[in-house]
Design a protein around this ligand. Structure first.
Ligand code: FQP
Ligand code: MG
Length: 217
């Protein structure tokens, strides 16, 4: 299963600990506002485990399927298989991409990359898209690598890498154009939407800015 450049335009990443209200409500509002892809990233202090994590994943997947939004799971290959998610996102410290690809078959495989070497390796290992960041300072991911900014996307593109790319890390309305002009097909956000008092309005504001900057498929 592929993921299109258009589906990567506004990629909402969220877990219950990122939300002001309940995650189902936050996701529904973000979808109404126009997000184009969703990642369930249930991680960190206060995140759900075991059965509670499974049930929340199922609920959020059901909502995404209703609105034809790709449902990606962060890190957890078994959960992807248990709930038949559309794909997975893994980073440099997670399971090996070749092993994950073997287990997932044709599902979407997203891989984090922080430089051209990691990007090239990820493409060789069959990534369907790259998540590159952190673009700007972020408080969401405590163990993130150094902030390199949109320049690293420009470097990856000038290395001849053409697969879909989304930028992540500290992205908001006022800085997303730099990420797309550097060569990303869209942006991934967590707290810009999940901490907002009006997730629908902020998602709409973001996608309205993104659309004119990105080529349609
Ligand atoms: N979760 C992510 N999603 C993306 C996305 F593609 F959505 F932009 N890019 C990068 C990451 C970071 O992935 P990783 O380095 O494994 O850290 P964590 O598992 O803590 O998220
Ligand atoms: Mg990870």
């Amino acid at each position: 299963m592929m993921i299109s450049r258009k589906q990567l335009q506004l990629y909402f990443v969220m877990g219950s600990s990122n939300c002001r209200e309940n995650p189902e409500q936050t996701l529904m509002k973000a979808i109404r506002g126009g997000i184009t892809c969703f990642q369930f990233r249930e991680k960190g202090k206060g995140s759900r485990r075991g059965r509670a994590k499974f049930e929340l994943a199922l609920q959020l997947k059901t909502i995404c399927r209703e609105y034809n939004i790709p449902f990606i799971v962060n890190d957890d290959v078994n959960l992807v298989l248990e709930i038949d998610a559309d794909g997975i996102h893994i980073g440099q410290e997670d399971d090996s991409p070749l092993e994950v690809r073997r287990m997932l078959g044709r599902k979407i495989l997203g891989i984090s990359a922080h430089n051209t070497e990691e990007a090239r390796e990820a493409v060789k290992n069959g990534a369907d898209y790259l998540g590159v960041g952190p673009m700007f300072p972020t408080r969401t991911k405590k163990d993130c690598r150094e902030v390199r900014g949109p320049e690293v996307i420009r470097e990856i593109r000038s290395d001849g890498i053409t697969i879909p790319i989304t930028g992540i890390g500290g992205i908001k309305s006022s800085n997303l154009d730099q990420v797309i002009q550097a060569g990303a097909d869209g942006v991934a956000v967590i707290s810009t939407i999940s901490h907002s008092r009006d997730p629908e309005m902020i998602a709409r504001e973001l996608i309205t800015r993104i659309k004119p900057l990105t080529a349609d498929d």
